[in-house]
Design a protein. Structure first.
Length: 364
């Protein structure tokens, strides 16, 4: 029997589990723990200034900088603690990794350990908190290596270095006018809205699909001087509009909250670009592969879109470190493939020889 549009998250997961008769229920219970963490964070976000959670985190009255070299917000720290507290006791996890922590988080003894790994960005877009713009949480679930499960040993960084194709689930929570949980368990993408009266996530957006074509793109245009030629070409063509090579007008959006950008694209199409650039040669990209690019990439691919570095499929990238950064392009399939094609085509160079310059009475 098909699911009702108003099925709860629990009912949805029960239906999904029926595809795997031998499943024990650990996976479903883990997702419900993650959902509980998202509910708790949504509540903290909703109080805003009333909850005393705005502003930067003070550590002994000094500023706190996390492993990424960025200032931590109070809600960053709180959200990270919520994720850990609500997921360390269930016995479903072998370990966790967070964007806020330098090293993997070990499940403390004597708590039981399980066969999954949880990777998360507890509060994406936290720089927008003080101005009341939508933020979110991103998570990814992997299987722990068999050697970890069999021995029960502590997890290491290497255990998490799995390509995005190995994810068994990924999702994000969006804390906006309504709180939503968007989830894939490898069988399409479904959206759930939090009913504040019941405290339950209800299925409101089943089988979400991204249109293959779009007339909307999102990029931080202030970095244009650092873009590589394929990205500059793509954006220039979009900006040229109806009279340019694309023959149609485009709209540009930029929220600076990737969860919000991803959700807009899921709902109506578009393409998001935070590509590799030359701004900081030591960083091959801005976004984190394990905490942001892989889970969002998995969601996009499951919804009929595409996620890429610009040069290869995002989910095929082999991670090399826990906090690895990478360039990311995702969204409507045809646009992402166009950007990938521009990366493989020879760069078109204009003549700079004076013989080929425009001529007039005066040379400027």
């Amino acid at each position: 029997m098909p699911l009702s549009k108003r099925a709860t998250l629990t009912q949805f997961l029960i239906e999904e589990r029926r595809r795997f008769p031998d499943a024990r229920g650990d996976f479903n219970a883990l997702i419900l723990d993650v959902a509980m963490a998202c509910k708790a964070i949504a509540r903290a976000v909703s109080f805003g200034a009333l909850g005393g959670m705005l502003g930067e985190h003070d550590e002994a009255f000094g500023s706190a900088v996390h492993v990424q070299g960025e200032m931590q917000k109070k809600l960053d720290v709180h959200s990270n603690e919520v994720f850990i507290r609500l997921n360390e006791l269930g016995g479903y996890l072998a370990g966790m990794a967070s964007e806020e922590l330098a090293l993997p988080y070990q499940i403390p003894t004597p708590n039981p350990r399980g066969k999954y790994l949880l990777v998360f960005d507890p509060l994406d877009g936290s720089g927008n908190i003080d101005v009341n713009v939508s933020v979110g949480s991103i998570f990814s679930i992997l299987r722990a290596p068999q050697a970890v499960v069999a021995s029960g040993r502590d997890v290491t960084e290497a255990d998490f270095l799995q390509p995005g194709t190995q994810q068994v689930a990924a999702g994000y929570a969006l804390y906006g006018p309504t709180t939503m949980l968007v989830l894939t368990v490898g069988n399409g993408v479904n959206g759930f809205t939090l009913d504040p009266n019941l405290g339950e996530f209800m299925l409101t957006h089943p089988k979400m699909q991204i249109p293959a074509d779009t007339q909307e793109f999102a990029i931080n245009a202030s970095n244009s001087r650092f873009w590589e030629p394929p990205i500059k070409r793509y954006v220039d063509e979009c900006l040229a509009g109806r009279t340019g090579p694309r023959g149609k007008d485009f709209n540009m959006r930029w929220i600076a909250s990737m969860v919000a950008e991803a959700h807009r694209i899921l709902m109506r199409g578009g393409v998001f670009m935070y590509p590799r650039d030359t701004k900081d040669p030591a960083k091959p990209g801005r976004l984190r592969l394990l905490y942001e690019a892989n889970p969002v990439g998995f969601i996009m691919e499951q919804a009929g879109g595409r996620a890429s570095t610009g040069r290869q499929a995002m989910l095929a990238v082999q991670p090399t470190s826990l906090h690895q950064r990478i360039g990311l392009v995702f969204g409507s399939k045809n646009e992402v493939e166009r950007i990938e094609r521009y990366h493989t085509e020879p760069v078109k160079r204009e003549f700079d020889n004076p013989l080929f310059a425009e001529r007039g009475l005066f040379r400027v």
